[in-house]
Design a protein around this ligand. Structure first.
Ligand code: ATP
Ligand code: MG
Length: 227
């Protein structure tokens, strides 16, 4: 099976080689666990080493703030490595009922191989409330997630990383059924130990390491799994 590597040696080992190509991945975790950094790093590495077309959609941060984050973490990497890469930032005021179609059309048109959606939580809260003022919000949230994830899965040769805020709400539970891969990031504050952890909860079509591993976010190195 073809794999999409993260190019972080220990995470690729945990994934038994990388994400299965064409899979839909849910990256779920509470605020500050490193979802954005992990996704940025994975997409940048893929642009750099595999030369594939990649797009990062953010509904939460400005493009400049993501680039600053990147430069701070990887000061030695060059802008010219980033051909074939686009960050598209859409503010919540600009999200409309056509946004999903526009995203899907662009991914298809650009023959994108890897996309990050940061985050489906923001998108799924803003969109249903705009497009169906009289419908039951919960129902339209489920509809939205079903439609969006199904459409992402239907695009040929596309691997998608969907970021989600972990919460005990229907939105995350629904997404967990639909996606092919679930990666959970967790935060634990206890004195003296590592505070962030990563685990794989499912990966269709592949075996994987079922352990929970500590992670660190380090200057010049980014998101690292500690074996
Ligand atoms: N240069 C750095 N060196 C070390 N740690 C850093 C650095 N930059 C960011 N961090 C850590 O990473 C955390 C943020 O990671 P990130 O933005 O990826 O989280 P997130 O899961 O996307 O959060 P949110 O859900 O709020 O978007 C910060 O809280 C900080 O602790
Ligand atoms: Mg984030």
């Amino acid at each position: 099976m073809q794999r999409i590597k993260t190019y972080e040696k220990n995470i690729d080992a945990m994934l038994h080689g990388g994400f299965p190509k064409n899979s839909t991945i849910l990256l779920s975790g509470p605020p500050g666990t490193g979802k954005t950094i992990f996704s940025l790093q994975t997409i940048f590495n893929n642009v750099k080493y595999s030369k594939n077309n990649c797009i990062y959609f953010t509904f939460e941060e400005k493009k400049t703030s993501l680039m600053e984050q990147w430069e701070q973490l990887f000061p030695n990497n060059k802008q010219e490595d980033l051909k074939n890469f686009e960050i598209i930032s859409i503010g919540s005021e600009d999200i409309s009922k056509d946004t999903i179609t526009e995203i899907i059309d662009l991914l298809t048109l650009k023959k994108t191989s890897l996309v990050v959606i940061d985050s489906i939580t923001t998108l799924s809260y803003v969109l249903p409330s705009k497009s169906s003022s009289h419908e039951n919000m919960k129902h339209s949230l489920k509809n939205f997630l079903y439609l969006f994830i199904t459409k992402l899965k239907s695009i040929e040769n596309l691997t998608s990383i969907c970021i989600s805020q972990k919460e005990e709400k229907d939105s995350d539970v629904m997404a967990r059924y639909l996606v092919d891969v679930i990666i959970d990031l967790e935060y634990n504050s206890f004195a003296g130990g590592n505070s962030r952890f990563i685990s794989i909860k499912k990966m269709r079509r592949s075996s994987y390491d079922e352990n929970i591993f500590p992670i660190q976010i380090v200057d010049n190195q980014g998101f690292k799994l500690i074996m």
